[in-house]
Design a protein around this ligand. Structure first.
Ligand code: IVH
Length: 673
């Protein structure tokens, strides 16, 4: 029989399921969240802890399945129940008309659906519960990515209504443009390589062995295909899309049932421009015969069905001239070349600049000032130079010269360096390069960081150029009078800025950590570090090994973090920021709070409790667990066979508790000294 405490937990778990589901719906379906992401995560963590303790009550559609965390050695292989085919492409209306008349002409109706540029997956449901998901692979055999797919919040873990038996659907995993831009921004800020387009980003995220990484990338899915529709009494594709939607599957909304070639053409015409309003990349329109009985009769070739065709939009490329190549210096000192172009229309916008990425890319493509170049919108956002029109160059006189990256920083003149294993040239003058300081300032003030409204490109530039800010900490010394000396800065805006700077002192520790711009430390890693170490002192004193112990933090991040906090100039900056009253403490929602501000170190084997369990008990009460003893340690908990840590504790005069005393400490009774 369940004990009263257990029943209480069950009630709480049920309440958490409801609450999380409610908030997920507000967030995803209505775009109207009422709690912050952090609050949502907090509820999720509570549920996870309870589920660990009471696995018998974990529901199959638990939202915790979205969190990820399962780490695989490799993916299992899955043989598809029927091959996952590709589609034949057509590129113009005569080809489309030929398909239409081949398949049934004007007597048929057609669904026109946007062709999503993502990754095809197959999803299996048993009695309405998601049980397995696989990639397309070679069409016959794919990879089992169930754990990763579970983290997609738009994928239903449990279907609405009654869907008995085995159900297989197919669809496309994608990354929205909004997510893609945010992800690349984070990566740029963390000094990591950027994804060329949302499709590559989605592919990378879906094939992660650690599903927590997939979860953090925020993928989405649209479903468009039901295997064996006749089993459910469905006879038309249009009916099928409605049926899928009715049972809770996300169906791409831009689709229509058309009754003639003219109708299909109208759809294509209309969406060839409207598609740029969508938050996901589409590269064509899939035209399918609506009558599913025809699907069986028409069958498929070895690679594509005969009942559908993909009308591909022309690639978004254009030719234009390179007017100049500009090299800018980023926050981390990386030199980035950008081509200034003769303005040209591309995919609904006027393009004037295109990314050239780095020195190697310029060499490889041999882009020169004056060249005619083909540009393309990769993922429809960042145009890039694809190739140079060499025939046009041959006719030029004089011939343009090869472009050389500058050997000294365009902002401060320091000789640039290229570190081993890096493609970027860097300005090494971290302490006083104005470009790095300006970008660092913008980054520090950005929304995910200190959220100081008003510090954009222009103001950051002015603050640095006028010498009012020579270190991030100087921001907190600015006065209204000083600000009023700047261009277009009235009393009101100056005061607003001062208020916003003042307010930033209350930003959470994790936001401050993000704002510091430590390489590889974006918002997510900052949160993990803040949670784990609790405050600046502990993080600052942590060894590389201790940092790497944090779940979700690997050795590369750990080494970068450790190096940052070891650097004397960063230490000076942190001291100054601390003096100004910035928040260097992580707020923890503790159960009892009896261990707030305390750091415990475990040594030896504990009786009747695993290390993990002990650790979470300490964290629940607001305390922190460290791997090594230092003067900051509050207690050392000694189990069987503790060794060097015990000795070190004795040397430093730190209280050593046995297991019983530790239990007492958890309950709130202070150890006898
Ligand atoms: S139907 C039997 N509908 O495009 C094939 N495919 O280039 C059924 N795709 O492999 C495919 N959007 O991954 C279909 N609305 C849509 C689609 C779509 C994207 C993908 C799918 C397919 C690829 C072919």
């Amino acid at each position: 029989m369940a004990k009263p405490r257990d029943t209480e937990a069950k009630v709480r778990m049920d309440a958490l399921y409801e609450e999380l589901q409610h908030h997920a719906r507000l967030y995803y379906e209505q775009d109207a969240p009422v709690i912050s992401d952090a609050e949502y995560d907090e509820l999720m963590r509570e549920l996870l802890t309870l589920e660990e303790k009471f696995p018998e009550w974990v529901r199959e559609d638990s939202p915790t399945r979205r969190v990820g965390g399962e780490v695989l050695e490799k993916f299992d292989k899955v043989t598809h129940s029927s091959p996952m085919l590709s589609l034949d492409n057509v590129f113009d209306y005569p080809e489309l008309a030929a398909f239409i008349s081949r398949v049934g002409g004007e007597d048929q109706a057609w669904t026109c659906e946007m062709k999503i540029d993502g990754l095809a997956v197959s999803l299996l449901y048993e009695d309405g519960v998601f049980t397995r998901g696989a990639t397309r692979g070679d069409g016959r055999v794919g990879e089992d990515v169930t754990a990763n797919l579970c983290t997609l919040r738009s994928l239903p873990l449990k279907l609405q209504g009654d869907v008995p038996g085995r159900l297989e659907v197919r669809g496309e995993v994608l990354m929205t443009l909004r997510r893609f831009e945010a992800l690349n921004r984070e990566r740029e800020e963390a000094g990591e390589n950027l994804f060329a387009n949302p499709r590559n980003a989605a592919a990378g995220a879906l094939r992660q062995l650690d599903s927590a990484v997939t979860a953090s990338r925020g993928l989405d899915i649209f479903v468009y295909y039901l295997v064996n529709p006749a089993e459910r009494g469905i006879t038309r594709q249009s009916e099928c899309l409605d049926w899928l939607e009715g049972h809770g599957f996300p169906v791409q909304p831009a689709w229509e049932l058309c009754s003639s070639l003219g109708g299909v053409r109208d759809f294509i015409e209309s969406w060839s421009t409207r598609r740029f309003e969508l938050d996901y990349v589409t590269d064509g329109v899939v035209v399918k015969v609506d009558d599913l009985t025809l699907w069986d009769r028409l069958g498929a070739t070895s690679h594509a069905p005969r009942w559908a065709v993909a009308y591909k939009f022309p690639p978004e490329e254009a030719e234009t001239r390179v007017l100049s190549i500009e090299v800018s210096v980023g926050r981390t000192g990386a030199l980035t070349p950008v081509a200034n172009l003769e303005p040209v229309e591309l995919g609904g916008t006027t393009v004037q600049r295109a990314g050239l990425h780095n020195e190697d890319e310029i060499r490889r493509k041999d882009v020169r000032v004056g060249d005619l170049v083909r540009i393309r919108k990769a993922g429809e956002i960042i145009p890039e130079v694809v190739s140079v029109n060499l025939k046009a160059r041959a006719m030029m006189s004089p011939q343009p010269l090869p472009f050389e990256m500058p050997r000294s920083c365009p902002a401060c003149g320091s000789p640039v360096v290229r570190l081993p294993d890096e493609v970027a040239l860097r300005c090494p003058n971290r302490a006083s390069c104005p470009a790095q300081l300006k970008e660092g300032l913008r980054y520090f003030a950005a929304r995910g960081g200190m959220d100081i409204r008003g510090i954009g490109d222009k103001l950051a530039g002015q603050l640095v150029e006028t010498g009012k800010v020579t270190s991030l900490a100087d921001l907190y010394d600015l006065t209204c009078e000083e600000l009023k000396e700047l261009d277009r800065m009235g009393t009101k805006s100056a005061q607003n800025l001062i208020d916003s700077i003042e307010k930033s002192k209350k930003r959470p520790f994790s936001a401050l950590l993000t704002a510091l711009g430590v390489r590889y430390v974006g918002a997510r890693v900052a949160e993990l570090l803040a949670e784990h170490f609790g405050n600046l002192e502990c993080l600052q004193e942590a060894s590389e090994e201790e940092i790497a112990e944090v779940e979700g933090v690997g050795p590369v991040i750990a080494s970068s973090v450790e190096a940052f906090f070891r650097d004397p100039s960063n230490r000076t900056l942190l001291c100054r920021l601390k003096e100004k009253g910035l928040n260097f403490e992580c707020e923890r929602r503790a159960v009892g709070g009896t261990l707030v501000g305390k750091t415990l170190v475990f040594t030896g084997e504990l009786s009747s409790m695993t290390r993990e369990e002990a650790k979470s008990r300490v964290q629940e009460r607001g305390g922190r667990v460290s791997g090594s003893v230092s003067s900051k340690t509050s207690f050392v908990i000694a189990g069987e066979g503790g060794g060097s840590k015990l000795k070190r504790a004795q040397e430093l005069g730190i209280s050593v508790l046995n297991f019983e005393e530790f239990l007492g400490l958890l309950e709130g009774s202070p150890p006898e000294s």
